[in-house]
Write a protein that binds this ligand. Structure first.
Ligand code: KIV
Ligand code: ZN
Length: 523
């Protein structure tokens, strides 16, 4: 079958479209919210990775979501940029259309629930009303772009005849991609395969659209369900970097892409992903969110290519294929992670950033990061890739409302810890000087004095970015306010400075979150 897609033209039969939703579904995971600059940075990295479509956000949800979709649409080239909208939301589709105005290839993704459970309890709507909304939502979206995706939320638990009717209505009213999500991660692989085979067989016009699969990981079946859906005829895969997403997450992009590639004999499909960039993008996301992947995570976990047992090591030395089904280099693991030192110049630093996926860093941010790199290189013999990631990430927060200006600490066995802090809040300087139960406590109390707030500290953790006593500390601070959780990250060779940066990062996120529409208003 050949098919003329509004954004991709003719798509080869064996080509799978990778739709990344790290910035939308992924960002919905508790504590994973990203600020505008972080989202834009991720978006550039995703485009360089070769994702065909990136879902940049849910524009109607908040001013911040709108702005990040708008910035990404204006700046990012290469990938289709997509915004999410409720099919029946009052302003959703217009907000998407507005936010996507600057996109090279815009897509509007509209959705409504179709399962009996969701229609009855969540939407409180009759099936006929849902069908009307599907029709009007897709027609409205087509007024803004020819590239329209429609999703049947809770599609895998939808009654099959009704699902066929919904899909038929969506196609007749202008949808060009039909997505069937396993919203609650309940389906089995065989069920997912059958749903797509059924829709392709039964729905009139099915050969004129791309079918898409979107799987949550509640039973750990996200990737298996995705691959089964491909066997049933899905041509677009929705997934996230590191598998982040609501609850147990979404199917992981890196696992799906490498499964398709490594088992081409089985699936016969290809993607446009530049696989050696996978590790870099995974690390970038972990640095931004402060959530590392577990060591045994497939493809990007630090043990994914580590061979511990003597028998395995011996086999790999004789022939790597004995215990390695793909090469570490094919997903971005280098034999040596090139180190930088105090003699490395600006050009080498810029090259290094490009290698790490930070090619689109504005000059100002690059200069500031370079200055901090030089400071770090003076105090630390070798600077590793992870040091640079942590540092760039930290430095690119200079547009945030609350900024650290200076911190002085006195502590030790002979005196009570004391912190003197200077921060700027919307450009105005605030000072505080206070004692505490140790330097971190004193510094956090000083933040509370300089910027009074009601958020409570819910988590505080410190890890070292690399090995050695001169390593940078990477701190995560989780704050909680009225049921809202945010995580902030900070990095610095000084552990308390890194903690203060993390606290301020979290506070800044909280300020943004306060402006967000409550989820219950977004059913
Ligand atoms: O899981 C889901 O159903 C979704 C839809 C909005 C596509 O994320
Ligand atoms: Zn989802």
């Amino acid at each position: 079958m050949t098919f003329q897609h509004p954004s991709f033209g003719q798509i080869a039969d064996d080509r799978i479209i990778i739709f990344d939703t790290t910035l939308r579904d992924g960002e919905q995971s508790p504590g994973f919210s990203m600020n505008l600059e972080e989202k834009v940075r991720m978006a550039h990295a995703l485009s360089a990775l070769g994702v065909d479509v990136m879902e940049a956000g849910f524009p109607v949800a908040s001013k911040d979501d709108f702005e990040s979709v708008r910035r990404i649409a204006d700046e990012v080239r290469g990938s289709v940029v997509c915004g999410l909208a409720r099919s029946g939301g009052k302003r959703d589709i217009e907000a998407c259309g507005d936010a996507l105005k600057g996109a090279e290839r815009p897509r509007i993704h509209n959705f409504i629930s179709t399962s009996p459970l969701h229609m009855k309890y969540k939407l409180r709507m009759e099936p006929e009303t849902v069908l009307d909304i599907i029709a009007s939502g897709n027609q409205k979206a087509r007024q803004f772009t020819d590239d329209v995706e429609w999703s049947a939320e809770d599609g895998s638990r939808t009654e099959p005849d009704f699902l066929c009717r919904c899909v038929e209505v969506a196609i007749r009213n202008g949808a060009t991609t039909i997505n069937i999500p396993d919203t609650v991660g309940f389906a089995t692989p065989e069920e997912m395969r059958r749903i797509f085979a059924m829709l392709r067989e039964r729905v009139p016009g099915a050969d004129q659209v791309i079918f898409s699969t979107h799987n949550h990981n509640d039973l750990g079946l996200g990737v298996a369900n995705t691959l089964a859906a491909v066997e049933g005829g899905a041509r677009q895969i929705e997934c996230t970097i590191n598998g982040i997403g609501e609850r147990a997450g979404n199917a992981a992009l890196e696992e799906i892409v490498m499964a398709l590639r490594t088992r081409h004999d089985q699936y016969g499909k290809v993607t446009g992903i530049d696989t050696p960039r996978l590790l870099g993008v995974s690390r970038m996301l972990a640095t931004i969110t402060g959530f590392d992947v577990q060591p045994n995570k497939a493809i990007v976990g630090r043990n994914a290519f580590a061979h511990e047992s003597g028998i395995h090591q011996d086999g790999v030395l004789k022939n790597a294929a004995t215990y390695e089904i793909m090469t570490p280099e094919s997903v971005g693991w280098n034999k040596s992670s090139l180190v930088m030192g105090k003699h490395s110049g600006r050009a080498a630093f810029r090259d290094k950033l490009a290698q790490l996926g930070y090619a689109a860093l504005p000059d100002e941010a690059l200069n500031a990061a370079f200055a901090r790199f030089k400071d770090l290189a003076d105090s630390k013999k070798v600077v590793f890739d992870d040091d640079i990631r942590a540092l760039v990430d930290d430095e690119s927060r200079d547009h945030e409302r609350i900024q650290l200006v200076s911190l002085e600490l006195a502590s030790g066995t002979k005196q009570k810890a004391h912190a003197k802090l200077e921060i700027s809040v919307d450009g105005a300087t605030q000072y505080a000087a206070i004692s505490g139960n140790g330097p971190v406590d004193a510094a956090f109390r000083a933040i509370g004095e300089a910027f009074p707030h009601t958020a409570e500290l819910a988590l505080f953790s410190v890890a070292n970015v690399t090995e050695g006593t001169d390593a940078q500390a990477r701190t995560t601070v989780r704050l909680q306010e009225n049921g809202k959780l945010v995580d902030g990250q900070g990095a610095d060779a000084d552990t308390v400075v890194s903690a203060v940066r993390a606290y301020l990062h979290a506070l800044n996120k909280l300020l943004t979150k306060r402006e967000r529409t409550e989820p219950e208003e977004l059913v």
